[in-house]
Design a binder for this molecule. Structure first.
Ligand SMILES: [Zn+2]
Length: 115
C-alpha cells in the first residue's frame, strides 16, 4: 500500500529527528496534504497508526492540514482556489484551466515534541 510506505518514511524521519535532539518524544507530526497528492487521507491516518507500533513514535498523532487546489487563470491573470476538484475551471470567470499551482502538497511542516 502506497500510504503505508509514506507513513513509514515519515515515522523514520521523525524518529531520526527525535534522536538527533537527544531522544525527545514526538507527540505529533503535522502534515500538509493536497487533494492532488494522490494520497488518501483516511488510508494514511490508518497506516500511520499501524506503522507507529513498536517505534519511538508509538502513541503519537498524525495531524493533517488540508491544502486547497489552486490554479492559475489565464484570463484573470491570477491564482484562484478551486471550489471542487471535479471542475478545473476558474471560479471567477469559468475559464477552464489546467495550470495547477497548488494542491499536490505532501509535506511534513512540524513535529510536536512532548514537554
Ligand atoms: Zn478567471
Amino acid at each position: 500500500m502506497h500510504e503505508l510506505s509514506i507513513a513509514m518514511s515519515m515515522i523514520e524521519m521523525a524518529s531520526e529527528e527525535a534522536a538527533r535532539r537527544g531522544g525527545v518524544q514526538v507527540s505529533a507530526i503535522h502534515l500538509r496534504l493536497g487533494p492532488l497528492s494522490g494520497v488518501v487521507r483516511e488510508a494514511l491516518l490508518f497506516s500511520y497508526e499501524v506503522a507507529c507500533e513498536g517505534t519511538p513514535l508509538e502513541g503519537s498523532q498524525l495531524v493533517i492540514e488540508d491544502v486547497p487546489v489552486v490554479v492559475y487563470c489565464p484570463v484573470c491573470l491570477g491564482e484562484r482556489t478551486l471550489a471542487s476538484v471535479q471542475h478545473f475551471c476558474c471560479p471567477d470567470c469559468g475559464t477552464p484551466t489546467e495550470q495547477v499551482v497548488g494542491g499536490k502538497e505532501l509535506e511534513v511542516v512540524a513535529l510536536e515534541i512532548e514537554q
